[in-house]
Design a protein around this ligand. Sequence first.
Ligand SMILES: Cc1cc2nc3c(=O)[nH]c(=O)nc-3n(C[C@H](O)[C@H](O)[C@H](O)COP(=O)(O)OP(=O)(O)OC[C@H]3O[C@@H](n4cnc5c(N)ncnc54)[C@H](O)[C@@H]3O)c2cc1C
Length: 452
Amino acid sequence: MTSQRTPRILVVGGGFAGVACARRLERRLRPGEARITLTAPFDYQLYLPLLPQVASGVLTPQSVAVSLRRSLRRTRVVPGGAIGVDTKARVCVIRKINGAVLDEPYDVLVLAPGSVTRTFDIPGLTDHALGMKTLAEAAYLRDHVIAQLDLADASTDAAERAARLRFVVVGGGYAGTETAACLQRLTTAAARRYPRLDAGRIRWHVVDVASRLMPELGDRLGTEALRTLRRRGVEVSLGTSVERVERDRVRLTDGRELPCRTLVWTAGVAASPLVGTLGTDTVKGRLVVTDRMTVPGLDGVFALGDAAAVPDVTKGDGAVCPPTAQHALRQGKVAADNVVARLHGHPLRPYAHKDLGLVVDLGGTDAVSRPLGVQLTGLPAQAVARGYHLMALRTGVAKVRTATNWLLNAVAGDDYVRTGFQSRRRATLRDFEFTDAYLTPEQIRARRASVT
Ligand SMILES: Cc1cc2nc3c(=O)[nH]c(=O)nc-3n(C[C@H](O)[C@H](O)[C@H](O)COP(=O)(O)OP(=O)(O)OC[C@H]3O[C@@H](n4cnc5c(N)ncnc54)[C@H](O)[C@@H]3O)c2cc1C
């Protein structure tokens, strides 16, 4: 086969779905049978479920950043972000990390760019809220929280001290609940090292518009998580949202105004803005795909993971798979099989996976888990949660780093050092998640017209 005839497979995204897909393609296709390229802005696969533990300093950032170079053997990795796709010309426009823009042609395109933090039209939100979706955001949040303790400790102004010691987390899903729980442990433990700070004055709030915490866990475990948070002094306000955010205060829809310098926004995710550049149908912002993960009307294009609304055939009735790592990883493997089937002229198979449950680490020995429908709390839930994460981390190095960090934290406790690496960086969601980097369908058409 000449190199011109060798099919070019382009995978967009180096997360759960993209890496699982590329790895399976490497295994299923002989070298020379297809050219596999993956593009992603970072050279690691981020293990997002443990991000709250990076924010609270229990784990180092490297523990949850699994090197693409260790995971992939012969895939060509282009360091950059896809900013648009011209599906007619079968070209993906990539902005490399040095700013250069590249037109990457493909025969088969696998779209797995994941999601970004979902925001709403709330005044001040995008200017002042901090996210929990990238490694940089987790590291920034850790420094920011410790900086508030340092500044409160040094301040002689009672109002300023109170505001700096109040932390508001919006979103009572697993991301928000774990973030609040893990950071609350950190600040409570840290207070012992600040002789002028009264731990009782540190206030954590979790706010959610829903009437329950983590509804996907079911009534009993959701209530148990709520009880754990309240026992630790976290104030949980359900059925409540945010009306306005300012640099030094948050106004809630129940009329309360909370002076604070920290608002962590974890109220859901929205599909990557790349989805919008295709000009095809979406459902709740996610790309409409078939149960084989093909995009209707676009020959040779597959989409999966958080970016796509993959039908959940185990539930039927128009249900789509939730945006979880569990699904993204498995979809990656099935998508690779379907890409191979397409190249070999075989029929594609539908994606079907029954949810295995959820594990929620609330820090220390507090946890709630529902593996295979079994409801666990406390130490057994924590053992299941940590065992699951160790199994799910892809490489041996990542497993050892994570296990060692947990052991070190259990023995030596938390540490309270601000790295300061990002202290001069602006901290908006847009800056961390590059949400305004994308081209519009019109810009893509104009770009093609100027190239051809
Ligand atoms: C704090 C937190 C905790 C979570 N906990 C759990 C949990 O306990 N269990 C669970 O099942 N799920 C959990 N999730 C959800 C889970 O992490 C996601 O569903 C999963 O990561 C989705 O996989 P993905 O491959 O679609 O996207 P991701 O894993 O996010 O990967 C997307 C990839 O695409 C790259 N990318 C983004 N834009 C572009 C672009 N334009 N061009 C090229 N590449 C791009 C990104 O850099 C990344 O490499 C959690 C999420 C968060 C935020």
